[in-house]
Design a protein around this ligand. Structure first.
Ligand code: KIV
Length: 291
């Protein structure tokens, strides 16, 4: 582990003290570096990379190799934030053995500190097996995008008493399976608050209200790199898509009208070298012409 790295004990102590845990997704070196400089505690190399980086329309297609590539990039960039490798769909769904093998790849090849997987049910034994292999696991319940078809789409979860009770028991079961933290996505604030109180491990909310022990947002959403309709819980702290598009338009215009590059963006040559080069160039061109 890198010196100064935030530990699981630190996260548990933050819950104990009531200090909020700040988590954001990261997929590349510049984003990871800025997040660390901003004092973010946990970086999730999320499978949302499929959508915000790789151009897919869901998280399902992203592969282990793609996730490992991104995780490696983030892990080598930062010192303090805990790096969470998000296990992609299919990498833990078949068996405990395969889940452990892929979690090991996240740590050995990706440099992740811990892994995250979605759901309860079969994910409980997967989580327990990975923890038994020595790799800490973050759970994720509520809206679990990898299986959104089974949930009837991207909808708030746990809005009936029966479903809320189910969420609470799933979260408790993930804690019992050894998870060091549980993400709660798109669940009513009151349900997330009750789960947060019931669990001894920290909860990280996304669309789960302010009572969770921490919050996570997707980097591209919070910076306004994604545009158009977003889920209710997304707060855009900047409008980077607008700034980037504006900068690219200005660049294109300046290249086309010749105002870029200006003299200050170019390199000069000493006068005497230029004279020597001019005569040499004449000889080279002449020789080529003769040939
Ligand atoms: O992949 C991801 O970005 C996530 C967060 C939305 C929690 O799982």
């Amino acid at each position: 582990m890198k010196p100064g790295k935030l530990t699981l004990t630190d996260l548990a102590a933050m819950k104990e003290r009531g200090d909020k845990i700040v988590m954001v997704t990261a997929y590349d070196a510049p984003g990871a570096r800025l997040a660390e400089e901003a004092g973010i505690d946990v970086l999730l190399v999320g499978d949302t990379a499929a959508m915000v980086v790789l151009g897919h329309d869901s998280t399902v297609p992203v592969t282990m190799d793609e996730m490992l590539f991104l995780t490696r990039t983030v892990a080598r960039t930062v010192e303090r934030p805990l790096v969470v490798g998000d296990m992609p769909f299919g990498s833990y769904n078949v068996s405990d053995d395969e889940a452990v093998r892929n979690a090991v790849r996240f740590v050995k090849e990706g440099g992740a500190d811990v892994v995250k997987l979605e759901g309860a049910g079969p994910s409980l034994s997967r989580a327990a097996a990975i923890v038994a292999a020595g790799i800490p696991v973050m759970g994720h319940v509520g809206l679990t995008p990898q299986t959104e078809t089974m949930l009837g789409g991207f909808k708030t979860q746990g809005r009936t008493a029966a479903r809320a009770r189910r969420l609470l028991s799933d979260a408790l079961a993930l804690e019992a399976a050894g998870c060091f933290s549980v993400v709660l996505e798109a669940v009513p604030t009151v349900v997330a608050a009750r789960i947060t109180e019931a669990l001894t491990v920290p909860t990280i909310g996304i669309g789960a209200g302010g009572e969770c022990d921490g919050q996570v947002l997707v980097y591209h959403d919070l910076l306004g790199l994604t545009e158009g309709r977003a889920p209710r819980f997304v707060k855009r702290y900047a409008q980077l898509a607008e700034s980037i598009r504006g900068a690219l338009e200005t660049y294109a215009e300046e290249v086309r009208n010749g105002s870029y590059p200006a003299p200050e963006h170019t390199y000069a040559m000493p006068e005497e070298e230029l004279e020597l080069f001019s005569s040499a160039a004449e000889r080279v061109e002449h020789a080529h012409g003769d040939g």
